[in-house]
Design a protein around this ligand. Sequence first.
Ligand code: NAD
Length: 290
Amino acid sequence: MAERITGHTELIGLIAYPIRHSSSPAMHNEAFAKLGLDYAYLAFEVGNEELENTIKGFRAMDVRGCNVSMPNKTVVHKYLDKISPAAELCGAVNTVVNDNGVLTGHITDGIGCMYGLKDAGVDVIGKKITIVGAGGAATAIQVQAALDGVAEISIFNKKDKFFENAEKTVKKLKEKTNCVVNLYDLDDLDRLKEEVASSMLLINATGMGMKPLEGMTFIPDKSYLRPDLVVLDIVYSPRETALLKLANEAGCRTLNGLGMMLFQGAAAFELWTGKKMPIEHMKEVLDIKY
Ligand code: NAD
């Protein structure tokens, strides 16, 4: 008889909409199996409307925790008991831990991105970087980069509902860190070209590049890029987005979002289980090569 799932197995959920494309269930279940830990990780396609009921259900069932992704990251804090200082600063939660009925919200995206860069041998400390995006993931990366000692961050975003969020982030980072932070309209392409030219790393932290925006990028052509620029697209499905294709053609070092996904997951894994994720094994399984 199959023994992997028993009457003692604890559930870890993932709540987002849409979410069927996610690699997180395969990643966490592989790591649980590798370490012989009695947990199962399952994805639930839940948006803002059913979020409160879902969290209530998790409480009632004493579920150990969950990951939270779009569109729930900036909303889920309303239904939790505590928020970590980093999640508070970011205004977003991607990991919930249930300690005997007390639900705490954490953010591991920024840590995951910074660890992923370090693991790939990309040293950004004391340097200038450009980040496109102002949503949950972008904010987490901007906060962690500034806290870790990146010297200067140029942020670009469309003048949509997220732009105001970026203005708040810039204000907070200016108050709380020594990082030089500037915010620009993504429609200002001349400025984008200038800021990328003086940065060692360009990050896409928007939904551009994955469904429903697959095939789209904010970089109009290769003249915005150069071979010694590193380009990270935090999207990982597809593995090569339109931005990464252009960057590869321009001779840049490119990284997709799998590294960030692995390391944000590893941080969450440790919060739920108290154990380190088997990173080298997971890199092999996820086919992460630098
Ligand atoms: P979010 O909804 O909080 O933010 C969306 C961002 O995309 C905003 O900056 C918004 O302005 C921008 N955007 C949306 N439509 C746009 C358009 N048409 N043109 C230009 N910009 C547009 O989302 P999020 O949670 O921050 O996630 C953003 C992306 O990052 C998603 O693709 C998600 O899959 C990816 N992500 C990856 C990881 C990882 O571990 N690799 C972790 C979190 C998120």
